[in-house]
Design a protein around this ligand. Structure first.
Ligand code: CMP
Length: 145
């Protein structure tokens, strides 16, 4: 894993539905405040059962979300550019519900820490509302799996 120093160009960034209602200056400030992390295929980003202190937005590449049940790997989702993950443990305080690994080389993720998310949710409540909507959907998928 490696921290990329240059901010991604805004024109090559995928559309991020979570931030679609965010004013442009707040969006840019977020990218300036948060580290961009780069992973190679197969590298673990989140470990199921661990404590969560950040969530991630996919700026480039993709990730695989899976659960380990009795040593069996259960695939839950493949997430691509513009999607996010790792929000559940932040919102609930519970351990990570699944593991996540990079699904492509040069997968680039914006890492948003718990305090940055908290302040973003205060200044832009629509982000917190959108996050919760996704969480409900994902929890529903997982009880059916
Ligand atoms: P968290 O529990 O913090 O860490 C694992 C993450 O995997 C979780 O947050 C979600 O962001 C993501 N995740 C879990 N289940 C699903 C799902 N069904 N679809 C997409 N992402 C998921």
């Amino acid at each position: 894993e490696e921290v990329v120093t240059d901010v991604p160009s805004l024109d090559t960034l995928p559309t991020i539905p979570l931030f679609s209602d965010l004013p442009r200056d707040a969006f840019i400030e977020l990218f300036e405040r948060c580290p961009l992390r780069r992973f190679q295929v197969g590298e673990r980003i989140i470990e199921q059962g661990s404590r969560g202190d950040a969530f991630y937005v996919i700026c480039e590449g993709k990730v695989r979300v899976f659960r380990s049940d009795n040593a069996q790997r259960v695939e839950l989702a493949v997430l691509e550019g513009g999607a996010f993950f790792g929000e559940m443990a932040l919102l609930s305080g519970a351990p990570r519900t699944a593991s996540v690994e990079a699904g492509a080389d040069d997968t680039q993720l914006l890492e948003i820490s718990a305090p940055v998310l908290a302040s973003l949710s205060r200044s832009h409540p629509q982000v917190a509302a959108a996050l919760k909507k996704f969480v409900r959907q994902r929890l529903l998928t997982n009880v059916m799996n």
